[in-house]
Each structure stands twice: as structure tokens, then as C-alpha cells.
Write a protein that binds this ligand. Sequence first.
Ligand code: ATP
Ligand code: MG
Length: 563
Amino acid sequence: MGSDESKTDGMDFIRQIVADDLASGKHDTVVTRFPPEPNGYLHIGHAKSIVLNFGIAQEIPGGRCHLRFDDSNPETEDMEYVEAIQRDVRWLGFDWGRHLYFASDYFEKLYGFAISLIEIGKAYVCSLSEEEIRSHRGTVTQPGTDSPYRDRTVEENLDLFRRMRGGEFTDGEHVLRARIDMAASNMKMRDPLLYRIRHAPHYRTGDAWCIYPMYDFVHCLSDALEGISHSICTLEFENNRELYDWIIDNVPAPSKPRQYEFARLNLNYTVMSKRKLVELVEGGHVSGWDDPRLPTIAGLRRRGCTPESIRKFCDRIGVAKANSVVDVALLEHSIRDDLNTKAPRVMAVLDPLKVVIVNYPEGQVEELDAPYFPDDPPRMGTRRVPFSRELFIERGDFMEDPPKKFFRLGPGREVRLRWAYFITCVDVKKDERGNIVEVHCRYDPQTRGGDAPDGRRVKGTIHWVSAAHALTAEVRLYDRLFDDPTPDGGKEADFIRHLNPHSLDTADARVEPSLRDALPGDRFQFERTGYFIADAMDHTASRPVFNRIVPLRDSWAKIAGKK
Ligand code: ATP
Ligand code: MG
């Protein structure tokens, strides 16, 4: 995980930098920003950045964090994404107040900064083709070669750049480049592109512009215009920092933010690049951006995760300077850990097998009291669970020929029915093909509530529902979307091949009748099978639908416990 080595005094290295800057008087407070491009939905990796940027701002008196849409690319951006991103940041529990910004609102100012660079001879209009620019760039070991347009006069550059803006040229005919050094060891400094021509409408500025600034130009200057003190980004922008500083230093920028890089979150068994998420959604491999199998915030919400569990997960992984891959089991552990204290327990049988209690009077029904929180019964109190002659138990809780260590039901074996009675299996009924269709048991009326007055013990306790009273519910059992820990580790396009064909199983479960009152979004622990949520979109009282958020088995706790 590599989170701890960069911490001192329980502080990650970014917080340490901020603390030092406050102590030295370099800054009075902290201003951070979360700068998504609205070209897709947010994912759990973004959550790490959100929790870091908004978190730091909350911790420092007077601190604030901006939400800024980094929207300078007309081709892929959309209002749908702007709205989804705001919804997701809010749901995670963060508030930008009045500090909502759009880089596209700065287009005029950015244009002015470009003009000022041209005026001091530090930017020029280059008329090489995209291909030629690439071949002039050189390599890591070889310097690039100067563009033949590098020495255009300021007047000529100003004239051409104005005409670029005016729409006189076609896409790709000219670009504006910074005039730095074609032999710089940092390739990013070899006369990088600042503006390109794109005759494409922008989702916010419409047809107002046909030239659009490049990321490296937009980002640092947007930070400077907003007075960002610490511009926190992921490691792949490390080489961009030199250019970031160069641009700020060479234009009349109103402030001088500093960029710091931290390791992005990588999770196994999933993909996070927006391009790949778009491919999964648009290729119909998932049901939409909120498909519960996706690592998107919308997907995690639909699946039933709480915002607290995602924030807690982000705290646990920490903020480090070295890239690593986090085991998705840690995310699942954080979800369980949170739901454990929040989700009331109820009983649901996912794969029903009929049990007939042969010595229980026909037509009799007992209402048993069962606490919602067995470890803390007064909390939320109890609900009534009907018990009758015919029940359902989990098919997996019965074995006709069980091994010694199987502590559930088998011929001649006695188990406890949760909150009810001890039962002993006396017979097994099969269909003509030999499948078990019914298990016959006798109950011990002395054991009501689950204790034998003679002190007799049973090793197993199983859950059940009354057949006549249970509701039928659709349960959606989600598993990992990919069956490979690094689905995008091989050839780029190959990740689709690693889709897990069993990532979604649906079943008709029988659930206890108290769930009749469940509302969309209500979460429960179905005893022994997992945490579930009544689906926000599809659940109704007449057609209950529950998503499994996570199963109960916690492989992370086991891994962590072994250490
Ligand atoms: P793409 O997936 O196409 O690379 P992106 O995830 O970088 O896009 P942006 O909208 O540019 O999308 O990201 C907004 C912010 O979130 C950036 O500051 C970026 O550094 C941060 N971020 C993105 N992915 C991660 C991640 N996996 N872990 C931590 N931060 C991330
Ligand atoms: Mg990006």
C-alpha cells in the first residue's frame, strides 16, 4: 500500500507541505481545487483526489476548495457530465459553496495571456503539420529541431494568432507554441503547443471560439486566476510542472500557485480510465454509468455503498509519492466496516429449500420477536418474524451426506433456527431425478428462542423464513466486473476480454415479511449472506429488488489479521 512511509506526525506529505507553508508565513490559508474534465463520470480514483483537496481545505481555518471544470476540449465534454460530477461530489459529502468555476469562463483572459507571451517573443504561430511537429520533437536521448516558423516576428505572430481566432484557417493549419527550448531535456519544454484550431462547438461557449487552449496552458493559469495556493495533482503530471511554472512566470499572472504530485489510486480487478469506462458504457457491457459493478461514484452509490465508507477507504489508503495498486478487498472491507454498525439484520433465503416441521401443528403461526441489532437490542428494537410448519432454508445449509466439519443440517443432525427452535432432520424427499425437494424435521418445543433448557448444545445456527409469509424478492448478486486482477495490464484494447461472465447473478429470494416496509435506498444485513440495499430505481413494495452491496466474508480482515 505504501501509504505510511510518507507520513510524519500522522500527516501525509502534502499536509506537511501545507503546514510548513502556513508556519513560514508563505500562505495565510490554503486554497485547493478539484479540477475534473466533464468528459465522463467520476470514479473512486477521483474520490481520492476529492477527499484530499476538500479535506485539506476543511482542516485549515479559512481554507477553501474550488470545484473547477477543466473544460477546454470541445469534442468530448457535455453538460450531463457537469451535472453528474456535481451530484457525486455533493454525495461524497463535500461543498464548494460559491466556488464553482469553469475554465471555459477564462477563455478571453487566457487569450490575453497568450497575446502577452507573443508580445515578449515567448510564443509563436507554427505552421508545421501535426506529423511534422512530432518528428521535429526529437527523443529522450536526442534534441529536437527548431521549427522553421520559430523566428516569425512578433507582428506576424500577432496577426496570425488573431486570424486564427477569427476563423480564417482550417483545423490543423496553424498552432500557437511556447518558444522555450527544442533541446530541453524535459520533452514537455520543447516548444509545447498552447493553442490549436478546432472548428467545433463547445458545450458552454458554443461557436464563440474556434481556437482552444491546451491543458498545460489552461490548468496553471486557471489555478493562478483563482488564487490556488497548492495545486495538487497526480504523478503523471510531474514532468508538466516545469512548464506550469514557466507559463506562470512569463505572463502577468495574478498569483503563483505551486504544483504538488501524489500517487493516483489504482485498484485491482477494475479499470478507471474514463476512456475505458466510456467504452464499457457505450459498448453495452454494463447497464449505464451507475451500473453497480463499475468503480464510478454513481455505480458505488447504486450498489449501496455509503459516502462514509468511501471517505474511510480514502483515509486508509493514504497519500503517497509512489504509485501502487490497492486490493479491492480493502474497499470491500471499508464498506463492511461501515455497514456493520448501520445496517439492521434481517433474514432472507437466497436459494430456498423447503423444510417441513412434521411435529408442528398445521395452521399454527407464532410471531417471534427478533432484534434488528442483536449486539445492541434496544437500538431500533425488534420486529416480528412469523414461524410456521413450512419454512425455507438455504439450499447450501443442508447436505445429505455431510462431512464431519459441516455444522449445518443433515440427516439426524440438529441445528438452531435463528430466533426460533432447534430442529432435527428426520427425512429427505427427492424428485424422480434425485434432486432434494424437501427436508423433513422435528422441532423441540422446549427450545423456543434458541436455547435448550437441558443445556444441550448445537454447533450450527441457520437462517430461515416462513414459506407462507415470505415475500419473493429479486436479488442481484454482484461480483467483480473483471476476472483478471489487471484487466488493462496487457494490450490496450484487450480489457474487454477479461470481463467476468458471472459478474451479475440474479435470483428469486424469499425474504422475511418485515421487508414489506423497505424503501428504495434502505440497507440491511441479510444474516449470513451479505449487506443489501433496496434498489434505488427498481425496488417497489409489490416487486422488491435488493442489490448485494458486499458479501459478508471479509478476505481483507483475514489478510490484515495475519500480519
Ligand atoms: P482519464 O481517466 O481520462 O485520465 P482523469 O481521470 O485524469 O481522466 P480528470 O477529470 O482530468 O480525469 O481528473 C480530475 C482530477 O482527478 C485530476 O486532478 C486527477 O489528477 C484526479 N484523478 C484522476 N484519476 C485519479 C486517480 N486514479 N487517483 C487519484 N486522483 C485521480
Ligand atoms: Mg486527466
